[in-house]
Write a protein that binds this ligand. Structure first.
Ligand SMILES: *Cc1c(COP(=O)(O)O)cnc(C)c1O
Length: 423
């Protein structure tokens, strides 16, 4: 039976996976979600260890009846082509799920590569991929789509909202990849993207789609590493791990919730935010009040109106059910600094500012079986990390290669007309 994707807002027709991927946002402004999440039996996965095999079995029902289904094995293998280790902490029982060994040193490489591998296999006219980034998405998307034939890529980033190395990573590709520094915040970039996606001229004229975490194709491969980590942990210890997820737009945590809903051995999920407290405030007060984002040291999480909460509300129409499965807390910049500063002595590790929020949360939370989701390599945020630890951070080879390239971008106002003129 074909797997269909429906809009969270319910007033657009359900479509197959390829169509949901190409559209990005549903015509009614909602986000695509699978019509029904497949349920699994853990036994079906008991013979699988390699992540690409878990990916194939897990994702097969999501692409049921889709033209891309026969290519799934290849797509998954390309997207997950670097190590995703789960390592114990020197202190205490927690483990760390290291998602940052891809080309741009952050977990977004996984979703972006899966999306790029899918999109280049869908027949059709020339395409434009536009993406708004609070830092790491842009680099991951640029890297994933660079030199893919027939695909033009535009990256919108807040002019003063990204680190020097992040900016370099999203402006160093060129050729089919253009970068735009928007005078405004990430939320302005995201608004601009939504305007473009809602614009018929852009959509049909330019064949526009998006690679933001609102694209359902970004979320699917993220379910895989939660499943793999949970199965591994469960096999080893017989216990069900909880995951502490540094959260911004809440895509990564949504993937964890989907893994749990499918029946993988996943316990509680902690959405840890920086000083942008929209999600923890919601769980505490029960009222949803998005607000402008504030700048923090964990800038890829500087989101005041997290889009993917629409998928979370869809999965959990009743807040009491959500409160049973999810907790949320906010970690401010002072705590982030403190956690990074003491990383070596407490854990023998150097943390990046995003992972530091999860580490700090684990120090506050009860319970033994936490997996800390490490979303970036500290070398990506050297400007924050190095002064705090008083030493240099070794740059992984893939990142070093990018940093050696020249950077180019154009500055624009946060308006669709300005983008059209510049591109
Ligand atoms: C994007 C990002 C996050 C937040 O992920 P969401 O899926 O947007 O919640 C956390 N850490 C890093 C390093 C990121 O790049």
């Amino acid at each position: 039976m074909t797997m269909l994707y429906r809009s969270t807002r319910g007033s657009s027709p359900a479509v197959n996976f390829s169509d949901a991927l190409e559209r990005g946002l549903a015509p009614d402004g909602g986000l695509y979600v699978p019509e029904r999440l497949p349920s699994i039996d853990v036994e079906e996965f008991s013979d699988l260890k390699a992540i690409e095999d878990i990916a194939e079995r897990l994702l097969t029902p999501f692409l049921d009846g889709d033209p891309l289904a026969p290519e799934l094995k290849k797509i998954g293998t390309e997207a997950l082509s670097f190590p995703i280790p789960i390592t114990p902490l020197a202190q205490g029982p927690a483990q760390v799920l290291e998602l940052f060994w891809g080309p741009t040193a952050a977990f977004k490489d996984i979703g972006a590569r899966f999306l790029a591998e899918c999109l280049q296999r869908i027949d059709g006219p020339a395409r434009t991929v536009l993406v708004a980034t609070s830092g790491d998405t842009g680099g991951a998307v640029a890297s994933a789509f660079w030199r893919k034939p027939g695909i033009e890529v535009g990256i919108l980033f807040p002019k003063d909202g990204v680190s020097v190395r992040q900016r370099h990573q999203l402006t160093c590709f060129g050729e089919n990849v253009s970068a735009f520094a928007v005078s405004g915040t990430f939320d302005d970039c995201q608004k601009l993207l939504k305007q473009a996606l809602a614009d018929e001229e852009w959509r049909t004229g330019r064949g526009l789609t998006t690679a933001n975490s609102i694209n359902v194709a970004r979320l699917l491969p993220q379910i895989v590493y939660y499943a793999a980590a949970a199965l591994h942990h469960h096999r080893q210890s017989g216990t069900v791990p909880g995951f502490i997820v540094p959260s911004g737009n809440v895509g990564n945590a949504t993937a964890a919730l989907w893994a749990k809903a499918m029946g993988f051995p996943v316990g509680r999920i902690v959405m840890v935010t920086n000083a942008n407290r929209t999600v923890p405030d919601y769980l505490q007060t029960g009222s949803w009040s998005p607000r402008p984002s504030v700048k923090t040291l964990a800038n890829a999480m500087d989101v005041g109106d997290p889009s993917n909460m629409e998928r979370v509300f869809d999965l959990y129409p009743d807040i009491e059910d959500l409160r049973r499965d999810v907790e949320s807390m906010s970690v401010d910049d002072a705590e982030i600094e403190e956690t990074i500063r003491h990383g070596r002595e407490r854990y023998g590790r150097v943390w990046d500012p995003h992972t530091a929020t999860a580490v700090r949360a684990s120090e506050i939370l009860d319970g033994d079986h936490w997996v800390l989701v490490s979303t970036a390599h500290p070398a990506k945020f050297d400007d924050v990390v190095e002064p705090l630890i008083g030493e240099g951070v070794e740059v992984p080879p893939a990142l070093a290669e990018l940093l050696a390239r020249e950077s180019r971008f154009v500055e624009i106002e946060p308006e669709l007309a300005a983008l059209a003129r510049a591109w």
